[in-house]
Ligand binder design. Structure first.
Ligand code: HEM
Length: 325
């Protein structure tokens, strides 16, 4: 699978496009609600415009929410379900504890239920909200195939081994992404989501204070950047948030790739994109070509949004996103 992903990276763009389009043909289609709820996407955009005008910092967590939903049992909104029995739900898993914005999803879904009861799935709401926060953060607009249906299981154990930790190296990332049908190119492009939002110091402080267990610093970070990060993040700080793309963390742009080029990215995973020649070549291209990043981001988000989706008569359309019907 990993070698197939590398192969795809080497293909000419038009062919990659054809393969990507083929990859979306699983019962999803652009404009799925055209007849059943024609105003659905407009309602979501209207709500998100209002939310972003008062709480722009929700863009990061809402984009990340779609990623964390899709990587655990597919894009089926299982992440949104509350725990019901004795087993904790996906949202109770450590990597998901820093997610925010669930009430925004509930708000959007409530408006959709008013307009077209029982039609628009929570899984599509998550995907469309992620699309709209990117657009509202001055990023690209892209069409998303819709028609996902909602799952009815959310179990913390499903998150194990499916959400990449920040300490992953390149090969570990490639293996995980390819297990979801995503290529090296998707990995590089989707990591660009880190152009918006914030991170807790605890997600990368090992690189500052204890990289190999000997109180050392990760030598791959720009040595002039280390004191700046250390001044923001003291040892064992679990509360402070830092901008992932300092100076433009509310704006969706290609500066994330410029940071990688300068060895100034926060996570081992981000920095690891330098360690593979093909991935690093793409990083450098995207750093210098925002239009290409925008175009590819839409393509890769569609690929991610297609992971193990439920369609047709599978699953259900939840009335409330936190509960099965
Ligand atoms: C490649 C593997 C990835 C790793 C290891 C990773 C890891 C992380 C970590 C550790 C955080 C900080 C969480 C916190 O401390 O609050 C974070 C934040 C974030 N991630 Fe990723 N991530 C990855 C891929 C992605 C993808 C594919 C997307 C979306 C396309 C994404 C979007 C985001 C966003 C927007 C934030 C900021 C969240 C906020 O502002 O609260 N990440 N990521």
């Amino acid at each position: 699978m990993a070698s197939r992903s590398l192969f795809k990276l080497l293909l000419p763009l038009p062919l990659v496009f054809v393969l990507s389009v083929m990859a979306t043909a699983q019962g999803l289609k652009v404009g799925f609600y055209e007849k059943t709820c024609p105003q659905a996407e407009a309602i979501i955009y209207e709500e998100m415009t209002e939310v972003m005008s008062v709480a722009p910092s929700l863009a990061g967590p809402l984009l990340r929410m779609h990623f964390h939903d899709c990587f655990v049992k597919g894009c089926d909104a299982s992440l949104l379900l509350n725990r019901t029995g004795s087993v904790p739900a996906e949202k109770d898993s450590p990597p998901n504890l820093s997610l925010r914005g669930y009430s925004t999803i509930d708000r959007v879904k409530a408006r959709l239920e008013q307009a077209c009861p029982g039609i628009v799935s929570c899984a599509d709401v998550v995907a469309l909200v992620a699309r709209d926060v990117v657009r509202l953060a001055k990023g690209p607009y892209y069409n998303i195939p819709t028609g996902r249906r909602d799952g009815n299981r959310s179990d913390i154990r499903d998150t194990l081994g499916n959400l990449p930790p920040s300490i992953f190296n390149f090969q570990q990332l490639v293996t995980m992404f390819s297990s979801k049908g995503l290529s090296v190119k998707d990995l590089v492009v989707l990591s660009g989501g880190h152009t918006i939002g914030t991170s807790h110091c605890s997600a990368f402080s090992n690189r500052l204070y204890n990289f190999t267990g000997k109180g050392d610093t990760d030598p791959s970070i720009d040595s002039e950047y280390v004191p700046k990060l250390k001044s923001k993040c003291k040892p064992n700080d679990v509360n402070t948030l830092v901008e992932m793309d300092p100076g433009s963390f509310k704006t969706f742009d290609s500066s994330y790739y410029k940071l990688i080029a300068k060895r100034r990215s926060l996570f081992t995973s981000d920095g690891s994109l330098r360690s593979n020649p093909a991935a690093f070549a793409l990083v450098m291209r995207l750093a210098n070509n925002q239009a290409e990043f925008f175009k590819e981001f839409g393509v890769s988000m569609v690929n991610m949004g297609n992971i193990e989706v439920l369609t047709g008569t599978q699953g259900e359309i939840r009335k409330t996103c936190t509960l099965v019907n």
